[in-house]
Design a protein around this ligand. Structure first.
Ligand SMILES: Nc1ncnc2c1ncn2[C@@H]1O[C@H](COP(=O)(O)OP(=O)(O)OP(=O)(O)O)[C@@H](O)[C@H]1O
Ligand SMILES: [Mg+2]
Length: 247
């Protein structure tokens, strides 16, 4: 379980997170919605220690990691939590296999043979068997997303954090990625946090949804109850009105 309590983060005068409370329960798929620029990426970067919060706390499986050093994040947090970046972020100069191997580097307890089999298994799970020797710029957008997911699951993390996993993909590929996220949760027993704008897609795959607005989580509910909430901001977001006067 990941518990975030009263998290604050500003950049200069820009108050991005302003008292965020959020709990990610074991085994679930939780989606965080929110307008562009509201701080969704900042929030998940804070969980893995890429951004240092100003105050508040983050605890992972009961351990408060808020003041962990870089070394502690590397040793105790990042092996268990994988992050699929918004842009995929594979190294173009390395093959897909080498990119995945890099993610396994921190895990020095695994043998060379195990490393090879983890790479193959991860690529198989995302339906990219045999893509080990291919370079990222030879892949399509959908394949790149899947390769990024393969890299994320190679470490067999307890938690997967996806930052807009389907942005820029066509509807068919989007569904492929959604099926994959659900399949991985079931098959690997991972817990997933997804950042997304896609309300109908997330309605299909999430157990719960949250809305980040104005620096806070204004509401979290079971997905099946999301159309019956008594919260104006949440309802405006779901009905697409949140964007009407700004974008
Ligand atoms: N390292 C940083 N330094 C300064 N400002 C930052 C930094 N990271 C993020 N911000 C600012 O924080 C705000 C929130 O950014 P963030 O990337 O979390 O938005 P987002 O909700 O993920 O948006 P999108 O949906 O467009 O990805 C933005 O105004 C952004 O410019
Ligand atoms: Mg973002």
């Amino acid at each position: 379980m990941i518990e975030i309590n009263q998290l604050y983060k500003s950049f200069g005068k820009l108050n991005v997170l302003h008292g965020v409370d959020l709990t990610l329960c074991d085994g679930e798929i939780l989606t965080v919605f929110g307008k562009s620029g509201v701080g969704k990426t900042v929030l998940i970067k804070a969980i893995i220690g890429l951004i240092e919060p100003d105050s508040g706390s983050i605890s992972i499986d009961g351990v408060d990691v808020t003041n962990f050093s870089e070394k502690q994040f590397n040793e105790k947090v990042r092996p268990h939590i994988s992050f699929v970046f918004q842009d995929g972020a594979l190294w173009d100069s390395m093959t897909v296999g080498a990119n995945i191997e890099l993610a396994l580097h921190a895990q020095d307890h695994i043998s060379e043979a195990e490393r090879r089999s983890r790479i193959q298994e991860s690529l198989r799970l995302v339906d990219l068997s045999g893509a080990e020797d291919v370079y990222p710029d030879e892949l399509s957008g959908g394949m790149l997303k899947r390769a990024a997911i393969a890299r994320a699951i190679a470490t067999r993390p307890r938690y997967l954090l996806y930052d807009e996993p389907t942005t820029g993909l066509d509807p068919i590929l989007t569904n492929v990625i959604y099926d994959l996220i659900m399949h991985l949760n079931q098959k690997l027993g991972t817990t997933s946090l997804i950042i997304s704008h896609d309300i109908s897609g997330m309605e299909k795959i999430s157990n719960r949804v949250s809305l980040l607005h104005d620096g806070k989580v204004v509401l979290t509910c079971d997905t099946e109850d999301m159309w019956e909430q008594d919260n104006e901001i949440f309802n405006e977001f779901l009905n697409g009105k949140a964007y009407s006067h700004e974008e």
